[in-house]
Design a binder for this molecule. Structure first.
Ligand code: GCU
Length: 420
């Protein structure tokens, strides 16, 4: 047998082994029996009775997520400089003020620039602001002609005209269905977005590009991956908001779809300045319980995206039962701040029921901290939001973020924040 055939056979057998190992299960009947860790029981078995106990227990849970899943974010020793790149007083046909702000991170001779696109309603003062990453560049979120196109690495997408990892004019407005900016502004909210690849390009590069090399730290099995880097970036934007007199930094709603929903959850857990968190179809590693092993699993996510989490997380490939935490505890870390989790009916990969159950099992922590109990035990019908400090909906359709989703998030935010 010649070498090429041998190599092909080897690759095929590895693909088959991978497929068998991580073949997705979508049936509850085939789900293993699983036990979820109790967020209100300390690691030593004693119970959490008070808010004061919870503060200690919260540290235990947070530390487990850090060292076993997202990775530890090292101390930042560099500088951050903000520069206003452009201001337009009459954006979106006069209803909004628009700004583009550059944050430049520097440590020694290493530098990284990110560009934040901000829209603020002209008729409300210091508005609450939705802050979330976009997938393909700020210019894809709106058809407004003059928004900067990122020069960082972007994923190839023929529908956006990208074939060489460089964004271009063809993508302008291509993701606007995910960013109903005019509707958001019309309801009195601000909205800010950043291309996530500005902070860390989403491919497995050994952490030599993006923000990671600007930290002077050696990597080990607990070192941070890309999701932690993206959440760190959200906190740096929050630092900027605190200095911007036009923004109400106490009412920032951190929002994300899918992998960016995982990042918004970790940002909300890591940085308590975020007043509210929205997780849209965040799935495995986000709101969905890992121990159910439905849809995407720890093994499949770590294999397809080895750079998202810390290396320790790989210990749990096909061994979810051993995980010391599960994702309801990630939601619990956000308590008692309001959180909205949303699923899509056709998004089986993200395990909608697992996302819903996280809300159910996070509820006792919210209740301990004085919030109302999550108002459902069974999944609600489609388009019927369960509302409260923990809110949830499932809508028909596929993995996406739609105007329906945004309208629910704006209704939710309006209950907690008054628009002036
Ligand atoms: C993949 C990945 C998911 C992720 C999604 C997305 O499907 O497996 O974990 O949420 O991409 O970000 O769109």
């Amino acid at each position: 047998m010649n070498k090429t055939i041998l190599l092909l056979l080897l690759i095929t057998s590895q693909i088959i082994t991978f497929a068998q190992k991580f073949e997705a299960n979508y049936e509850e009947a085939k789900m293993p029996n699983y036990t979820l860790p109790d967020p209100l029981t300390f690691n030593d078995g004693s119970k959490v009775h008070s808010k004061k106990d919870w503060d200690k227990r919260r540290v235990e849970i947070y530390t487990s997520f850090e060292s076993e899943m997202f990775g530890v974010i090292p101390q930042w020793q560099g500088t951050v400089k903000s520069t206003i790149l452009s201001v337009k007083g009459d954006a979106l046909n006069g209803i909004a003020k628009r700004k583009e702000v550059c944050l430049e991170f520097a440590n020694g001779d290493q530098k990284l620039k990110i560009s934040v696109l901000i829209y603020l309603p002209k008729n409300s003062k210091k508005p609450p602001v939705f802050l979330g990453y976009n997938f393909d560049g700020n210019h894809t979120t709106t058809t407004e002609k003059d928004i900067l196109i990122p020069d960082s690495w972007v994923a190839n997408k023929t529908e956006f005209g990208i074939t060489d990892h460089h964004a271009n004019e063809a993508g302008r407005g291509a993701a606007q269905s995910r960013w109903p900016i005019e509707q958001i502004i019309s309801r009195g909210f601000g909205v800010a977005t950043v291309y996530y690849g500005d902070v860390d390009p989403d491919f497995n590069d050994g952490f030599i590009n993006g923000i990671h090399p600007l930290f002077n730290s050696k990597r080990d099995s607990t070192s941070w991956g890309s999701i932690a880097a993206w959440s760190w970036g959200l906190s740096r934007i929050m630092d900027y908001f605190e200095k911007d007199v036009e923004i109400n930094a106490r009412q920032v709603i951190v929002i994300g779809h899918s992998r960016l929903g995982k990042a918004s959850l970790w940002a909300g857990a890591s940085d308590q300045r975020f007043a509210m968190v929205v997780s849209n179809n965040s799935g495995c590693g986000g709101a969905a319980l890992s121990k159910r092993i439905i849809g995407e699993t720890v093994g499949s996510i770590n294999t397809a995206y080895p750079h998202w989490f810390c290396d320790n997380f790989k210990k749990y490939n096909t061994k979810e039962a051993l995980l010391p935490v599960d994702q309801h505890e990630l939601l619990a870390l956000i308590a008692p701040r309001p959180i909205y989790v949303a699923s899509a009916e056709g998004d089986h990969w993200a395990d909608p029921k697992g996302e819903f159950l996280s809300c159910v099992y996070a509820s006792p922590v919210f209740e301990l901290l004085g919030a109302k109990k999550f108002q459902a035990m069974e999944m609600p019908p489609v388009n019927t939001p369960v509302t409260g400090t923990i809110s949830y909906h499932i809508r028909p359709g596929k993995h996406d973020i739609t105007l329906y989703d945004w309208n629910c998030y704006m209704d939710f935010a309006s209950k907690f924040f008054r628009i002036k």
